[in-house]
Design a protein around this ligand. Structure first.
Ligand SMILES: [Zn+2]
Length: 568
């Protein structure tokens, strides 16, 4: 009995989350299992996606169980109970419910009564007539088939051929239900121009719509140039009822999409005013939009959202949490929301640093220790003959990053991944890398050379001066990859001001590889966008400080900040 109840509950919840509003709940759910299904996360177990009914039947229930057993506890229920987590730990309830697999079957039962195959391409009237004859169900055929098509996300042209057939039989009239289901498909397939056509038809024929029709139109119109009309539809809904959180979500997302921040915040206020709990998706949208906005007023509103989460005991999902993190790292104080000073050098600072480095580090008195004048000349000419680079890579340093993997393979992985993003790459290497050996395979090095410009220095040369020269020479956008922290070069610089500029430039331009598993996709450490330095705006101060128990090296920066505001 309990299981039946929980089945029903999750069912109605799913329906509310599904995009199939406007249709009857019983017909709107498909289940599928995402790749790494979660014991951890209920949301992940059941996602809504387009899928043909044939493949969602009983088969998935057994897959679901199999996956769970494989991923989780290897079929041992004992294990589940023996190390059962804290009562309030995330996922604990889910884990408990997993112990009885019956609950899985419960939610996978609604898709049984399909007696005929849905068409996969447009049919002519004769074919529709024939299909109707074949239909043995008791329900009205047009009604039944249109709801099945909506449910299975049939292609637009197939649905359109159904409407044409129905219209031809009824003096050009298509019933409201059919129209709404067609609208649903247009919205689902993001066919905006088709949405607008249906909108015009509905506007001409009906004075008012029911909420399902309004909701679909709002969702469909928000992505178009006529998004403001969706706001008017929202007003129409308000005349008879409180709009749903989904309506608000769609309108807010549309307003943000069209850069109308004020409208978005006003709608959000209105939503809260109705005592509705906004969708996390809505809140996430504000954060996603916020990362490109440098505005203290906007920031303080985002901080209000965080307080709202706190006060209502709401928890962001993983991708929402990621959005919050991205916004913070985009350079706002997590305490007051003020934008911090940028890590980017001004054009004057950049030119100043470039000149100093080329003179003091590269051409400096001890250049013979690092390279020969001939080689330096050869390199300068090479750089001049290339377009500006986006990323300069210390080839040897990167190749040795994963000691267990073959050097040339690691280098090729990094280069291939970056080349896919259409970046101009420069690989700095040594001549010995071109001699075929076990760790430096010729075929792999040839592939590297096809995807990037390469410069191979004498084996005795030091790479860093070349790296600095090529990067600085390419311009302020150019980044570099090496594990080396280049403290020696900082020390070569003549004064504190230049050293500080160098360190600032380094923080903003050095990419570090953090992925440690060769073969998988390479990930880079996030570059901070703000400068870690004591800063003030007059009435506020931001002061980075060291924590007592954290030992910080000179090439690291504090992560804690003191945020001070003068009382006015
Ligand atoms: Zn602050």
């Amino acid at each position: 009995m309990t299981f039946l109840l929980s089945g029903i509950q999750s069912f109605s919840k799913l329906w509310k989350c599904s995009p199939c509003f406007g249709l009857s709940p019983g017909h709107s759910c498909c289940f599928f299992l995402s790749d790494y299904c979660g014991i951890r996360n209920q949301q992940r177990w059941f996602s809504l996606k387009s899928m043909s009914p044939q493949s969602t039947k009983a088969g998935n229930a057994s897959i679901a169980k199999a996956r769970y057993l494989r991923k989780g506890d290897e079929g041992s229920n004992k294990q589940v109970s023996s190390d059962s987590p804290h009562l309030f730990a995330a996922g604990a309830a889910k884990k408990r419910s997993q112990m009885n697999p019956q609950s899985n079957d419960q939610v996978l039962s609604p898709l049984k009564n399909i007696s005929i195959q849905l068409p996969t391409k447009p049919l002519n009237s004769k074919e529709w007539d024939k299909l109707k004859e074949d239909f043995k169900g008791k329900a009205n055929f047009e009604n039944w088939i249109s709801s099945q098509m909506a449910h299975c996300h049939s292609p637009i042209d197939v649905a359109k051929s159904l409407l044409a057939w129905v219209a031809a039989k009824n003096n050009g009239i298509v019933g409201y239900n059919l129209l709404v289901r067609y609208l649903y498909l247009c919205v689902f397939h993001k066919q905006t121009s088709e949405v607008i056509d249906v909108y015009e038809i509905m506007r001409a024929r009906y004075k008012r719509l029911e909420s399902g029709g309004y909701s679909l139109l709002i969702r469909g119109l928000m992505h178009s140039d006529r998004w403001r009309e969706a706001l008017m539809l929202l007003e129409d809904i308000k005349k008879v009822m409180t709009p749903s959180i989904k309506n608000y979500n769609d309108c807010i997302q549309g307003a943000l999409l069209h850069q109308d921040v004020n409208t978005a915040w006003n709608l959000y206020q209105e939503l809260l005013g109705h005592d509705l709990i906004p969708m996390l998706e809505t809140l996430k949208a504000f954060f996603d939009f916020g990362k490109d906005i440098k505005d203290d007023h906007y920031s303080s509103k985002l901080l209000d959202i965080l307080l709202y989460l706190r006060n209502n005991q709401l928890y962001p999902g993983e991708s929402f949490a990621h959005s919050i993190k991205t916004w913070f790292e985009s350079g706002q104080c997590s305490c007051c929301g003020k934008t911090m000073e940028s890590i980017h050098l001004s054009p004057e600072e950049y030119e100043f640093l470039k000149r100093k480095i080329i003179r003091d580090v590269i051409d400096g008195g001890d250049q013979y220790k690092k390279t020969t004048p001939q080689e330096l000349k050869r390199f300068e000419n090479f750089v001049k003959s290339c377009p500006p680079f986006d990323i300069v890579i210390d080839g040897l340093n990167v190749a040795k990053m994963f000691p267990k993997a073959r050097e040339s393979q690691v280098l090729l992985d990094v280069v291939s991944q970056l080349a896919k993003q259409n970046l101009q790459l420069l690989i700095l290497g040594r001549k010995h890398m071109l001699t075929q050996r076990f760790r430096w395979r010729k075929d792999e090095m040839e592939k590297v050379q096809k995807q990037a410009s390469c410069f191979f220095a004498d084996d005795i040369s030091e790479d860093d001066p070349f790296l600095l020269y090529a990067t600085l020479n390419s311009g302020n956008h150019c980044k570099f990859i090496t594990k080396d922290l280049m403290r020696d070069h900082k020390a070569c610089l003549p004064d504190i001001k230049t050293q500080r500029l160098f360190f600032k430039w380094q923080q903003g331009h050095q990419l570090a590889i953090i992925n440690r598993f060769p073969g998988s996709k390479i990930t880079f450490q996030h570059i901070l966008t703000y400068d870690t330095v004591v800063q003030t705006t007059g009435d506020s101060w931001h002061i980075p400080y060291d924590e007592d128990l954290v030992e910080r090296y000179s090439y690291e920066v504090p992560t804690k900040w003191l945020c001070l505001h003068r009382k006015t």
